[in-house]
Design a protein around this ligand. Structure first.
Ligand code: HXC
Length: 274
């Protein structure tokens, strides 16, 4: 699909994308690259990261990959430092790494609950925390007078409640809080914009193949009139918009801070009342 944005809208920007080698994260990496950014992908599986980087490079996108786990502070610091050394600055951090599985609350161990919070919530905070020194206004290598920008990938599960997703709903609620609090503190102190995207069900992603077995899918479609899949492209375009200084219709992205943009076709509004 043709992009609604100018192809150089992210020209000269350097982005670090956690979970950037697969699913929604990879589409964000690709679209950032196609719009002029250099990208550094972070992921736990080296092979997956390496092959994603090859694909991006074959498209002419300046891309590097660093294996790492967002649960480890030293990995976060290393990946950000390596990106800085490679590209000379960091403008954008996207937190797209996430863990997920379907399980009833009564069958979920506290450690299973904690594991997903560690990846999604603590991991997001850790990446932001370690990235601050690169994103601050005036940080070395940054050419603009403003700070960088952070984008956290969230969900809509916690707006109501979601079956077998107590751990993910709690984790994403915390992510949304991190988005708002960092937007407040870092927007004020360092001119860093921090926003989120809450995707609905997106086709062809590891999340959906894990979470949406056929029977759940058809049940959801019966009870939720707005149930339809989005495409990874929809999320990536929202991401390009939020990290850019784009002026889209009457909406100026450079003044959007602390928001989480819901991109789900209105699905969360249609959750049935029981
Ligand atoms: C119950 C489970 C479980 C499962 C793990 N655990 N899988 N419990 N059902 N299917 C429990 C384990 O028993 C253990 O607790 C604890 O979690 C840690 O498990 P490990 O296997 O040691 O953890 P780890 O190897 O670190 O893997 C964590 C992981 C992760 C969360 C399972 O590997 C993962 O999910 N990766 C997939 C990434 C993914 O799907 N990304 C897309 C996200 S989509 P005990 O007590 O036994 O020690 C997304 C969309 C949300 O986020 C919104 C959708 C609409």
């Amino acid at each position: 699909m043709e992009s609604p944005f100018k192809e150089n809208i992210l020209k000269g920007k350097v982005a670090v994308i956690t979970g950037g080698a697969s699913g929604i994260g990879f589409e964000i990496s690709t679209q950032f690259g196609k719009h002029g950014a250099s990208v550094a992908l972070m992921g736990r599986r080296k092979q997956v990261v390496d092959s994603a980087v090859s694909v991006l490079q074959s498209l002419g996108i300046p891309a590097v990959g660093f294996p790492g786990d967002v649960r480890k502070q030293e990995d976060a610091a290393r990946v950000l430092e390596s990106t800085y050394k490679h590209f000379g600055k960091i403008d954008i951090l996207v937190n797209a790494a996430a863990g997920n599985f379907l399980v009833a609350a009564e069958d979920l161990s506290p450690n299973g609950f904690r594991t997903v919070l560690d990846i999604d919530s603590v991991g997001t905070f850790t990446m932001c925390h370690e990235a601050l020194k690169y994103l601050k206004k005036g940080a070395q290598g940054r050419t603009t007078s403003t700070g960088g920008t952070v984008l956290n990938i969230s969900a809509t599960l916690h707006y109501t409640a979601a079956w077998y997703q107590i751990h993910v709903a709690a984790a994403k609620a915390a992510v949304d809080s991190v988005t708002r609090n960092l937007a407040l503190e870092w927007g004020t102190d360092y001119d860093i914009r921090v926003n989120g995207i809450a995707p609905g069900p997106i086709a062809d992603t590891p999340g959906m193949s894990k979470l949406d077995p056929e029977e759940i899918n058809s049940k959801a479609r019966e009870s939720m009139p707005l149930y339809k899949f989005g495409e990874k492209w929809d999320i990536a375009m929202a991401a390009v918009y939020l990290v850019s200084d784009a002026v889209v219709q009457f909406f100026v992205a450079k003044y959007v801070n602390g928001d989480t943009l819901v991109v789900d076709g209105g699905l969360w509004l249609s959750r049935p009342r029981h």
